[in-house]
Design a protein around this ligand. Structure first.
Ligand code: IPT
Length: 956
């Protein structure tokens, strides 16, 4: 039936044929439409032409075919399997040729028109997303073929539709010339993964239209003009607007911003159709070297969002999209880069409605060509330019009417070339109202912002100070970090240090953390699967799990940290002058939506609390707000003021009382535990007793504290390396995990040198050192007691040439029968030296199980920071100074060896680490390592813990 061979279609670099020109996308109008989502007949072939296309003819019997739900990806529906590569093409690079092994899904759907389907007019068939290319037949007639997986394609079908028994046939190939343009770091997931819809097109119905709604901050007026291919009228009742298309009108309006997403409902009415409009008035401009919206510079507190669902892949339903936006808003995120393709269009509707700045990115990445120095890069080959322009047009035309979209992005990691320039020129011409972004060209030839990914703090600061050279400096372009803070596994570290820079230097307009969600695939045996788990011979492992959310959308500690780092209200002070400094860090909103309260806490327990009157500060303004006098009857002990800002009333994205920002100020200092060394070590029966401590007389090893058995207490320097510790291959100096293993820190030996029972202390002298190396830590354990409590002071002195920081420094030991844990210190969640901003000093309770952070690839996790004291079952530990606390039902070695959650099997013993320090976390799985101030250098150290038996914590 077709005029060209299958190979000709698949390997054609042109955008396709037969589809209608791109136009504005809208979800609803008064014209009829119906969805073809649902079960389709499906047949999978190994190659593109294993089967002929006779299935497309009416009357074909597909009775023995499988069924798959559309939208979906067949590899997640039991047919074939997914493949994950970061940037390597999983096929030979020979553009535009693709392999003979080309999984091909034939899809068939027989449908009747709804009974009330109008007899007049035309109809279009719309595909919102098909990976990677499709040929389409309706009732035996070939409509055409298209590429551009995450872009809509429409076909005119009116003349072909029948009241009943329509046969829609779609042949989808996993690989096509288009795959060369879609080398994003994600799973390769073929299929019809977005909606399929039939839209009635009455005579005189809307074709394309462009809503221009600008805002003049000097007058407070908005100007609306709707250009339309079909003449009609535009009304916005709330503004008294009723104008002809093409005619501008200027009226006083409330502007749209991500913080104040004011939308006005309107209607575009043509002779044949009424299309609802949601108009947001805002003006994006580059002035004074800054991106300004409505006259004010904006600070992006963003994330990169891939579309992801652990069962459905990139076939997202509306509820999941909404959940993403709600989670973002509730975590103070104000911007999203749609990495690295236009999202389902409904997502942008949610961004308009709930308020997020959007960088809308085109479906373009040719990253694999970096392997050959970008030779043959399609982006620099004129034959591909029509396809690139088609992609640009399909994005811009589809999404241009969304106020949330403030920047267009040409794509990601596609090198440089004439094709990109052509795209930028086309976009600038079609929509001069928005700046153009692209990170991959250091010369910023085609862009209006200077965009970087993973630049380290020092470099970002240099750019902030204007000390960079090059075209971006000459053109005074603002800096946006389109990717930073690589959220793979435990981390990212260093976010707070970036934010300080963004807050300090105007030219730094914020950034977008990489990335929103782990792309783990729900797997019955493994928990979540990642690259390699489906037998891919080429893959990039768990590099695909690098999000702030776990695959099931539970926030990871990284998101909690980010929420605190980017909170829109600064609440600071040192507690000395009875005031708290409140700073409104919004760009647009005053503080009237927030209610402030204070509480006075002694050892983490609130003694008194009240509301705190804070003026409705304008954006950027600060005030020193008086705190009440400390409660007179407060008990002695360390005390804090905690000041919180919550939503004063419910919003569309969170209920009244939702916590937006907080700060803690010291009120009274901690007294560190003092234990007089009054008890004497007493030897007998092979043990030494010292206060509640029982020790092995020969080895000096602690056996028990009172009734509590203690196992294997000793110095510990090893942690199960995190993805950030393991680092990226292209940064060998930052691969701490490898350096540590090379040094042997994962196999330390403990040599006993002396057990000395003295007058008032038991001293155990050891040397802790890795096999095969001459470096080591001379380690002395000094035990004393006041009779009830047992104090351990650990002294370590490095010996030899230590060239790397230590992973951790502390003690570890095993306890049995511990379930509940309580502590006073940082919490409630995980925190490390450079991921600790969100830790609130308080009294926290948990269970050993709940202390674990379930990273998809198991690794060091779950530390609680600044712990003053902890109760582990019936064992009380006080730190001098405060410590990091970790407790788990498996050893560090088991954690280190595990590759998936399912490898972690709880044992009887609870292994406890009390750390004097840990090395920072950093972001070096794709970015910079921890800043030097978060390193844990191997240097002489001394730290103490005071142990005693106590009542175990109760639930709650
Ligand atoms: C950068 C990519 O843009 C992004 O898609 C993702 O792969 C990220 O890295 C890492 O997870 S590219 C990298 C070479 C800096």
């Amino acid at each position: 039936m077709s005029l060209r061979t299958t190979t000709e279609y698949i390997e054609d670099v042109s955008p396709g044929s037969g589809a209608l020109p791109p136009r504005a996308w809208y979800a609803s109008s008064d014209a009829e439409s119906f969805s073809l989502n649902g079960d389709w007949r499906f047949r999978l072939s190994d190659t593109a032409d294993a089967e002929d296309d006779s299935f497309a003819a009416p009357g074909y019997d597909a009775g023995d075919w499988a069924e798959v739900p559309v939208p979906g990806h067949w590899v997640l529906q039991g047919h074939g399997s997914p493949v994950y590569t970061n940037h390597l093409y999983p096929f030979p690079v020979d553009p535009p040729r693709v392999p003979t092994e080309n999984p091909t899904g034939d899809h068939l759907r027989v449908f009747d028109l709804p009974g009330d389907w109008p007899a007049d007019g035309d109809a279009v068939l719309r595909f919102d997303g098909v990976e990677s290319c499709a040929r389409v037949w309706l009732n035996g007639t070939e409509l055409g073929e298209f590429k551009g997986s995450r872009l809509p394609h429409e076909f005119a079908v009116g003349r072909l539709l029948r009241p009943a028994g329509n046969v829609l046939a779609v042949r989808v190939h996993q690989w096509s010339a288009g795959s060369y343009l879609e080398d994003q770091d994600q799973w390769w997931l073929p299929g019809i993964f977005r909606d399929v819809t039939v839209l009635h097109r009455p005579a005189g119905s809307v074709l394309d239209f462009f809503v221009h709604a600008s805002y003049d901050h000097t007058t407070g007026e908005g100007t609306l003009r709707v250009d339309s291919d079909v003449d009609g009228r535009v009304s916005v009742p709330d503004l008294g607007i009723d104008i002809a298309t093409g005619e501008p009108v200027t009226v006083p309006v409330e502007p749209w911003s991500a913080e104040t997403p004011r939308l006005y409902d309107g209607v575009l009415a043509t002779r044949g159709e009424r299309v609802p409009l949601r108009v947001g008035f805002r003006t994006v401009a580059l002035s004074d070297g800054l991106i300004k919206v409505n006259g004010r510079p904006v600070l992006f507190k963003g994330v990169n969002r891939h579309e992801w669902h652990p069962e459905r892949g990139r076939a997202l339903d509306l509820a999941t999209m909404r959940e993403d936006v709600l989670l973002m808003k509730r975590h103070n995120i104000n911007a999203v880069r749609t990495s690295h393709y236009p999202p389902h269009p409904a997502f942008l509707g949610l961004c308009d409605e709930l308020g997020l700045w959007v960088i809308d990115e085109c479906d373009l990445e040719t990253h694999g060509f970096t392997e050959q120095g970008w030779r043959d890069n399609p982006v620099d080959d004129d034959r591909w330019t029509p396809a690139l322009l088609d992609r640009a047009a399909r994005m811009v035309e589809r999404d241009k009417n969304h106020p949330s979209v403030v920047i267009w992005s040409l794509g990601n990691e596609a090198g440089t070339g004439r094709g990109l320039t052509a795209m930028a020129e086309w976009i600038h011409g079609r929509d001069p109202s928005r700046p153009v972004h692209y990170e991959g060209d250091p010369d910023c030839r085609d862009t209006d912002v200077y965009s970087r990914m993973y630049a380290g703090h020092a470099e970002v600061e240099r750019i902030g100070r204007g000390l960079d050279g090059g075209p971006h400096r000459r053109r005074r372009l603002p800096l946006v970090l389109c990717e930073y803070g690589h959220a793979m596994g435990n981390g990212p570290g260093g976010l707070a240090d970036y934010q300080k820079l963004f807050d300090t230097h105007d030219r730094l307009q914020g950034g977008f953390v990489w990335e929103w969600i782990d792309h783990g695939i729900a797997h019955p045996g493994l928990g979540y699967a990642y690259g390699g788990d489906f037998g891919e011979e080429l893959h990039d492992g768990n590099f695909v799990c690098d999000g702030l959310l776990f695959p099931d959308r539970r926030p990871s500690p990284g998101l909690t940290e980010y929420k605190k780092v980017i909170e829109p209200v600064g609440i600071t002070g040192d507690g000395t002058d009875g005031t708290v400094r409140v700073t409104n860090k919004h760009d647009f909103a005053d503080l009237s939506a927030l209610a402030f309260s204070w509480s006075y806490e002694v050892e983490g327990e609130a003694v008194d609390s009240g509301t705190l009157p804070v003026p409705a500060l304008a954006p950027g303004a600060s005030a020193d707000v008086k705190l009440p006098a400390p409660p007179p009857a407060a008990p002695a002990g360390e005390a804090h003021w905690t000041v919180r800002a919550v939503l004063a009333a419910g919003t569309p994205w969170a209920p009244k009382g939702h916590l937006v920002a907080w700060g803690q100020l010291p009120a009274a200092e901690r007294r560190t535990p003092y234990t007089a060394a009054t008890a004497r070590p007493v030897s007998g029966d092979g043990v030494i007793r010292l206060g509640p401590g029982v020790f092995d007389a020969r080895t000096g090893a602690l056996r028990a504290i009172g009734d509590i058995a203690v196992r294997d207490l000793r110095l510990d320097v090893w942690r199960a390396t995190t993805d950030n510790d393991d680092g990226a291959p292209w940064q060998p100096d930052l691969r701490y995990g490898l350096l540590w293993r090379r040094l042997g820190l994962h196999r330390m030996r403990h040599r006993l040198d002396a057990v000395e029972a003295g007058e008032d202390a038991l001293t155990v002298r050891t040397r802790v050192a890795p096999a095969a190396r001459d470096t080591g830590l001379s380690t002395v354990y000094r035990w004393t007691s006041d009779g009830d409590r047992l104090r351990l002071t650990v002294g370590t002195v490095p010996e030899g040439d230590w060239t790397v920081p230590l992973p951790r420094l502390g003690i570890r030991f095993g306890l049995s029968a511990v379930d509940r844990v309580e502590w006073y210190g940082g919490g409630p969640g995980e925190a490390y030296p450079d991921t600790r901003t969100a830790a609130v000093v308080g009294r926290w309770r948990s269970t050993v199980e709940d202390l674990q952070t379930p990273y998809v690839r198991p690794q060091e996790n779950g530390a609680r920071i600044d712990v003053r004291w902890a109760l582990l079952g019936g064992l009380r530990v006080e730190g001098d100074p405060a410590f990091l606390l970790t407790a788990r039902r498996w050893t560090t070695e088991q954690l280190d060896a595990a590759t998936h959650r399912s490898d972690l099997v709880p044992g009887e013993t609870v292994w406890v680490n009390l750390d004097h320090g840990q090395h920072g976390i950093g972001s070096q799985s794709c970015g910079p390592g921890p800043l030097p101030r978060y390193h844990l250098p191997a240097e002489p150290a001394e730290f103490s813990f005071v142990f005693s038996a106590a009542a175990a914590p109760t639930a709650g």
